[in-house]
Write a protein that binds this ligand. Structure first.
Ligand code: CO8
Length: 259
């Protein structure tokens, strides 16, 4: 898509889109304009796109919110920016297609929070992670205090948020912040391989699984299981369920239609 200053994109033939945060001179720091662009891009994703890969240009994924822009904020402006960022990240989390963060470099503060809003995180060995906000006299403001403990547990999340310590990919892998760690030159091939595996599956089923996992997060166990039962049953009203099962029984490759 054209007309953006801080993001660029590529659309691959399998319905895979790559969104690159492209402000390398400031290590892809998120300012309000960049956040608006992200919001607009996500809102205008073409209907045939089945999966989005998010990555950064240069040596950073995203090195956080733009400190130069935030420095003079009044509380009301900080609230507006925090709500904007949290809202955009929530839209990414709830997008009807999977989103993979290909973490090529620094993922700090708002950058780590952006990665956590994605469904799957795959990192290069050059990546570094952290929530250094307390070093700046603030706390995570794009939902980091909500998502980090859910992802890696309260104990480790508190250690990282209170200390502001930067961790490397190996540690991020060990604590479950990322799923895989790869040499930098292999990152994109690995991510696209996984992306192609995912888009080969029934799109409605992948979308339903995402909805289920996301919504179950905030439910109690009994409600979550009941909710899953309902969504599972709905799959049986789709042509893709019939196609998937018939293809298995007829020993052929399924031809899914996203319906
Ligand atoms: N904001 C603005 N500019 C940045 C940022 C940032 N977060 N990160 C890097 N830059 C700029 C640098 O100022 C520098 O600009 P210039 O060349 O004009 O001096 C350029 O990018 C290159 O950076 P460095 O020279 O510092 O590169 P190094 O390789 O030496 O260091 C680091 C890399 C360690 C990543 C270092 O740049 C750094 O510490 N950056 C800041 C990291 C940080 O603190 N991030 C958290 C920000 S706070 C946040 O994200 C809160 C989210 C919630 C907000 C809620 C809304 C109110």
């Amino acid at each position: 898509m054209e007309g953006y200053r801080f993001i660029k994109s590529e659309f691959l033939e399998d319905g895979i889109a790559i969104l690159v945060i492209n402000r390398p001179e400031a290590l892809n720091a998120l300012n309000m304009e960049l956040m608006e662009e992200l919001d607009s891009f996500i809102g205008k994703l073409p209907a045939h796109i089945r999966l989005l890969v998010l990555t950064g240009e240069g040596k950073a994924f995203v090195a956080g919110a733009d400190i130069a822009q935030m420095a003079g904020f009044q509380p009301s402006e900080a609230l507006e920016f925090a709500r904007k960022g949290a809202g955009v990240f929530r839209k990414i989390e709830q997008l009807g297609i999977p989103v993979i963060a290909a973490i090529n470099g620094f993922a700090l503060g708002g950058g780590c929070e952006l990665a956590m809003a994605c469904d799957i995180r795959i990192a290069s060995e050059k990546a570094k992670f952290g929530q250094p906000e307390v070093k700046l006299g603030i706390i995570p403001g794009f939902s980091g205090t909500y998502r980090l403990p859910k992802l890696i547990g309260q104990g480790y999340a508190k250690e990282l948020i209170y200390s502001g310590r930067m961790i490397d990919g190996k540690e991020a892998l060990r604590i479950g912040l990322v799923n895989h760690l790869l040499p930098a030159e292999e990152l994109m091939d690995f991510v696209l391989g996984l992306a192609r595996d995912i888009v080969a599956n029934a799109p409605v089923a992948v979308r339903s699984a995402k909805t289920c996992i996301n919504d179950n997060y905030d439910m109690d166990g009994r409600a979550a299981i009941e909710y899953e039962n309902g969504i599972f049953a709905e799959c049986f009203s789709t042509t893709d369920q019939k196609e998937g099962m018939n293809a298995f029984l007829e020993k052929r490759k399924a031809n899914f239609r996203n319906s």
